[in-house]
Design a binder for this molecule. Structure first.
Ligand code: ADP
Length: 905
């Protein structure tokens, strides 16, 4: 089961591990492509801006050049005056076109100096006569720069400067981009006075194509808002355009992208390089993660295996230890031989220590395997503290230490959480305090703290109470350097000094883990040589407005300590009502040692009959009976006032959470879970039978008379027989009763054993408590004699007849169950299997009991009104699916019982 799960988990983790890199690679590629496109766009924008800027500069250069020419002409007039034109233009010569380079024109282009020019050919002449410097172009003739010559306010002449096209090309350099750019100057009429050196027809047709393709239109549009613009075309050229200011025209051209691509190439290379690095990095980290994950998985597997092994071993070890303890208990009970008793006593002590160690390891492995479930239920704080005090006071007193308890009366009376673990935490801290204190005192202070006072890491949910248990001692203390390691597994300090103090170094490790599991923590203050303060901080839900009030630790201990005395009530009359003969027999046998007068009734009707004529001091009334249930019987008794003043106790195998409260609410005076744990029974009688009938002193005397020299050992039932009697949410009474009988170390983990006991309603004794459910399934024997013996109070004389009875009754009971099954009478079936459930458990047939319980629940579900049709069908299917198995198992257990009886007549 477990191995399969682990394998499944590993498989799914492996798939996840493979899927992850593939997904990541795809993601990386998508990101890469997007990145590349983005970079490309960014780069294009950048290049276009650069080109536009360059072209703007070119246009400005041209403008500046023409501006300088015109200004030079104006200056010439100003410097030389307007009279001596000949001298002014003395250096003027004829250009290649046969036109004088410079000249002065009168109206209509008539030359004063130089050549006459046609006004119709040169637009600029007219403009200059209007008062403006101008530049005009005539195709094939070149460029003419003209400025007006003023005589006072009037313009009389126009000074001109002529450039042929060749001169233009020579003197006005419009090359750009290191000659790679093709550029031309286009005037508004479409004429092209200048172009770059390499300009060709092909370039012209390219520009025409661009015009058609719309790129030039786009560029022109851009020129509304900027002096220049550039755009990539389809053919990997960058086309550009810039406005000229002094002429009505533009600079237009293009430059192959390849001439600019040096940068792009570098960027692309950089991107590829970064990308490759990323992929490499990814590959390395994936490989690293993969190996690490594999290592983690392997470690996980190993740790799981270790935990499973530990849990299994602990279970396996516990069983024989319990057997040894049980046998030892028999020796203690039966032997009067002094030496034998002393040895047995020692064996008991050692066995208990071993058991506690195994329990600790089991707890630890459960925590490590993540299997430690908290058993959350309502609990009374006073009950927990009472048990804590009981467990610790005796030990403190034995060492001559004062034990003080202070409980804040304002604490809530009822809390919700894992009461047994809370108890275990406080007991562990107190036990350590007692262990590591030679003289002085140990004190426990229990109070509530405000959420703000919580230590780091402890969060108190709104409405919860932060319970603080402070354990203070005047012991050996802890060195500051040791404090950090205090909570480590198997950590112990001062080996030399503490060599006589038993311990494993697991107690605090577990205590802290329990506290953390509950959302709390443990803090420590200590002065080496003076003492320590261990504080447990535990947030718990509040279940009542009622407060705990004055807590009397003394009283509790005294009343508990009386429990060691045998309990005899020779004058008491007890009525046991149970339809199941085996249960009646068990109850009667267990009651034998009380010397009470015990009467038995097999039905509610018989019980009522007896109560009409007889007086009883207590009635133990089974609830689940055919015809009249216990609850119905009680109702009649109450209505008819048949037993006013007599405590009536519900007996039930429904040891589920809240059962006690339910029965008390129904009017019962008390509650006892079946199978009956001997100690729980005695405790119950102690509570319910009038004190006047209880012969404690007499009993004490008897006890003294029998007492050998080991005082604490005498009458206590072996710890394993009593632990973990479950009464729903109510913590184990048996565990409390056990406390006095157990030896020193036993007390430490009594809480742990109890917590184990709570794991399932049927998990009644340590001997049979499985390490976990899975273990129970695999290893559970048909008959766990340890468990059976524990229900028989460790008395073989009771266990044997129980087995006998179980075996004898089996054929008939099987028939009854089968008849109810055949008739599909689920109500009767539920009652029959319910009886089998408790009978089976009381002889130690746990798996049969559990199967019976499943079928009982299913049969009950069918009878319930609130069950839906589907649920009923499901329940019936469960019964039909397991009925045969139940009958077979029942037979098999009976056979086993017979075999056992034959072996040990
Ligand atoms: P154990 O008591 O079984 O050795 P614990 O885990 O309970 O293991 O405690 C670990 C160690 O911490 C003890 O061995 C002891 O040295 C030290 N220690 C615990 N509680 C106290 C205390 N109250 N005073 C002094 N030392 C303590």
């Amino acid at each position: 089961m477990k191995a399969e799960k682990v394998l499944q988990r590993l498989e799914s983790r492996k798939t996840a591990l493979l899927l992850f890199p593939v997904l990541f690679l795809v993601l990386l590629i998508v990101v890469g492509v997007l990145l590349q496109q983005r970079i490309r766009t960014m780069f294009h924008t950048y290049v276009e801006q650069e080109v536009a800027m360059n072209v703007d500069m070119l246009a400005n250069r041209l403008d500046a050049r023409f501006g300088a020419e015109l200004m030079g002409m104006e200056n010439l007039i100003r410097v030389k005056g307007t009279d001596s034109w000949e001298s002014l233009l003395s250096d003027n010569d004829v250009d290649g076109m046969g036109i004088k380079r410079m000249g002065v024109l009168a109206h209509r282009g008539r030359a004063i100096v130089g050549d006459s020019l046609k006004v119709s050919e040169w637009d600029g002449i007219r403009q200059s006569f209007q008062g403006y410097p101008a530049i005009s172009y005539a195709s094939g003739k070149g460029l003419l720069l003209t400025v007006p010559v003023f005589y006072g306010e009037n313009i009389r002449y126009v000074l001109y400067r002529h450039y042929t096209e060749r001169e233009l090309a020579r003197e006005f350099d419009i090359d750009c981009f290191d000659g790679a750019g093709r550029v031309m100057l286009v005037l508004s009429g479409g004429s092209v006075p200048m172009s770059s050196r390499e300009w060709s027809e092909a370039d012209r047709s390219y520009i025409d194509r661009m015009e058609l393709g719309g790129i030039l239109r786009q560029l022109r549009a851009r020129l509304y808002s900027a002096p220049s613009a550039a755009l990539y075309d389809q053919e990997e050229n960058v086309v550009f355009m810039a406005d000229l200011k002094r002429m009505d025209g533009q600079v237009i051209g293009f430059v192959p992208a390849s001439a600019l691509d040096g940068g792009l190439l570098a960027v692309t290379r950089l991107v590829i390089w970064v990308f490759s690095m990323l992929v490499l990095l990814f590959a390395i980290s994936a490989a690293y993660l993969f190996t690490r994950e594999r290592r983690v998985m392997e470690a996980d597997q190993a740790s799981q295996a270790k935990s499973a092994f530990l849990a299994h071993m602990s279970h396996e070890i516990r069983t024989p230890i319990n057997a040894i303890l049980g046998m030892n208990e028999m020796i203690l009970r039966e032997s009067r031989e002094k030496d034998t008793r002393t040895y047995a006593h020692r064996a008991h002590e050692a066995g208990q220590t071993l058991l506690n160690l195994v329990n600790d390891i089991l707890d630890l492995s459960k925590i490590e395997a993540g299997k430690m479930e908290l058993a959350l239920a309502e609990f009374r704080l006073a009950d927990v503290l009472e048990r804590v005090c009981t467990l610790v006071r005796l030990r403190a007193e034995k060492k001559g230490l004062d034990f003080h308890v202070m409980v804040d009366p304002e604490l809530p009376a009822a809390l919700y959480g894992d009461g047994a673990r809370v108890q275990q935490i406080i007991v562990n801290l107190l036990t350590n305090a007692v262990k590591y204190t030679r003289k002085g005192s140990v004190s426990l202070t229990v109070l509530r703290a405000e959420p703000e006072e919580a230590p780091e890491g402890v969060i108190v949910p709104a409405g919860d109470v932060l319970l603080v248990a402070r354990v203070e001692d005047t012991g050996i203390g802890i060195k500051p350097e040791d404090r950090k390691r205090l909570f480590g597994d198997f950590v112990r300090f001062d080996a030399q000094r503490n060599r006589n103090i038993e311990g494993t170094g697991l107690g605090l490790a577990l205590t802290l883990r329990f506290a953390r599991r509950m959302g709390g923590t443990i803090t420590v203050e200590s002065t080496y040589g003076e003492g320590s303060i261990f504080t447990a901080w535990i947030p718990l839900r509040v279940r009542s407005k009622e407060t705990i009030g004055d807590f009397d630790a003394e009283r509790v201990t005294e009343s508990e300590s009386v429990h060691t005395a045998p309990f005899v009530v020779p004058d008491a009359h007890i009525l046991v009502v149970d339809d199941n003969e085996m249960n009646r027999f068990v109850a009667q046998s267990l009651l034998k040692e009380t010397k009470a007068h015990v009467r038995l009734a097999a039905s509610g009707r018989e019980c009522i009959g007896r109560l009409r004529s007889e007086h009883y001091d207590v009635v133990l009334l089974d609830d689940m009976m055919p015809e009249l249930s216990g609850t119905e019987t009680l109702e009649r008794i109450k209505n008819q006032h048949l037993a006013d003043g007599t405590p009536i106790v519900a007996l039930t195998a429904n040891a589920i959470t809240g059962a006690r409260e339910e029965y008390l609410a129904a009017g019962f005076d008390d509650y006892l879970a079946k199978p009956i744990a001997p100690d729980a029974l005695i405790k119950l009688l102690r509570r319910t039978i009038p004190e006047t009938l209880q012969k404690t002193e007499e009993a004490q005397e008897t006890k003294e008379a029998q007492k050998p020299e080991e005082p604490q050992e005498t009458e206590g039932t072996a710890a394993n027989t009593a632990e973990g009697q479950v009464e729903g949410a109510a913590p184990s009474e048996a565990a409390a009763a056990e406390s006095v009988a157990v030896t020193e170390e036993a007390a430490v983990t009594a809480g742990a054993a109890e917590a184990d006991g709570r794991a399932g309603a049927s998990d009644m004794s340590t001997s049979a408590a499985p390490a976990d459910e899975a273990d129970a399934d695999e290893a559970a024997p048909l008959l766990d004699t340890e468990l059976g013996m524990s229900y028989a109070g460790g008395i073989l004389e009771l266990y044997q007849p129980m087995l006998q009875m179980f075996a004898d009754l089996q054929p008939e009971k099987s028939k009854v169950i089968a008849a109810a099954y055949d008739a599909a009478d689920w109500k009767t079936y539920a009652i029959d299997v319910h009886a089998l459930k408790s009978n089976a458990l009381s002889i130690g047939a746990r798996s049969l009991s559990e199967l019976a319980k499943t079928l009982e629940l299913a049969a009950k579900a069918i009878g319930k009104e609130e069950t839906t049709k589907e649920e009923k069908q499901e329940a019936e299917a469960t019964i039909r699916g397991h009925h045969e198995e139940l009958i077979e198992k029942y037979e098999a257990v009976a056979e086993e019982a017979k075999k056992l009886l034959a072996k040990n007549p």
